[in-house]
Design a protein around this ligand. Structure first.
Ligand code: NAP
Length: 285
């Protein structure tokens, strides 16, 4: 039986990086500030990976370490200071934050025009209003859509989004509506997940539950995009049981190698967009 086509993030990321290199503003070096408020080694690794991309793209990069012992106020104050700093054009909160720190509270202090991961209610509201052209789009949902679009036409398609979390599902669903898909959103209270998945043409999974979507749920011809990331015994896995889904679906994003590599690059595409939006707002010359 034919295996699902592997939808890889790297080729798309490489094209976007070439475009970023060509589109860098001639008169200023855009600066991304990444806030690390966690002792988790994985969070430090995510920041280091972005540093390498910034270096390759000739963009300015700052790691802003916040001691979790300083509590929510220290984090909020740092986000506010970066929002006010004219030398910083984009701000990213590297997640997860240390236990006891709340991302929703911190982003109240985040300038929406510097919100390069589209997390603020301002940017989510623009998306929900169908005004993506004015918004900074969250990178992971954007990556999911770009991968699906390489093999499927979203317009008129039936799409299911499994997960309504803040990083992925919450924004992905309205972004799919904006692209004329017919969208079903599933979550932990959904009664019949298998039926919802089977009814879709394109399946997006972002629940953080390894093995949630299995080969028994999918149909031949479906496109499956797996945004989930979990670490089991030191191995990074998604939410899709790839071993049983691959022989059935038409296309599947591998984990690792699918959504992840594209997400980090899209943060830098958003950094250039942030500079553009700040110029339009009269904040930069
Ligand atoms: P989240 O806040 O962790 O929420 C998980 C969502 O999944 C919730 O909506 C939850 O439902 C739903 N869910 C949990 N168990 C379920 C089940 N058995 N059936 C159906 N739905 C279920 O979500 P997130 O922050 O958006 O992250 C989602 C995943 O994406 C995580 O694995 C995260 O690590 C990953 N992620 C990947 C990238 C990347 O670059 N690839 C970036 C960011 C995040 P309720 O709402 O009912 O609780």
């Amino acid at each position: 039986m034919a295996e699902a086509t592997a939808l890889l993030g790297k080729p798309i990321a490489d094209r976007i990086r070439s475009r970023i290199l060509a589109d860098r503003p001639p008169d200023l070096r855009p600066c991304l500030a990444v806030v690390v408020a966690s002792d988790d080694a994985a969070v430090a690794r995510y920041a280091a990976a972005k540093q390498r991309i910034a270096d390759a793209l000739g963009l300015s990069f700052r790691v802003e370490t916040v001691d979790p012992a300083g509590g929510q106020a220290a984090l909020d104050d740092r986000v506010a200071a970066l929002s006010a700093d004219p030398g910083v054009h984009g701000i990213l909160l590297e997640l997860p934050l240390a236990a006891g720190l709340d991302v929703e509270t911190a982003i109240r202090r985040l300038d929406p025009l510097k919100d390069v991961d589209g997390l603020t209610p301002h940017n989510l509201g623009l998306i929900a209003a169908g005004r993506e052209a004015d918004a900074l789009l969250p990178a992971t949902p954007d990556a999911c859509i770009r991968l699906a679009e390489t093999v499927a036409d979203l317009r008129g398609s039936r799409a299911v989004v499994v997960g309504r979390g803040r990083a992925v599902g919450r924004a992905l669903a309205p972004m799919l509506v904006n692209r004329d898909a017919t969208v079903t959103v599933c979550h932990s209270r959904t009664r019949d997940l298998a039926a919802a998945v089977a009814a879709a043409d394109i399946v997006f999974v972002a629940a953080g539950r390894p093995g949630l979507v299995t080969g028994a749920m999918v149909r031949p011809g479906q496109v499956v995009v797996d945004a989930g990331i979990s670490v089991i015994d030191g191995r990074v896995v998604g939410d899709v049981d790839a071993g049983s889904v691959r022989p059935v679906a038409a296309a599947l994003t591998p984990v690792p190698g699918g959504v992840g590599p594209l997400t980090a690059t899209l943060i830098f595409a958003n950094l250039l967009r942030a500079v553009h939006l700040q110029r339009l707002a009269g904040r930069l010359r």
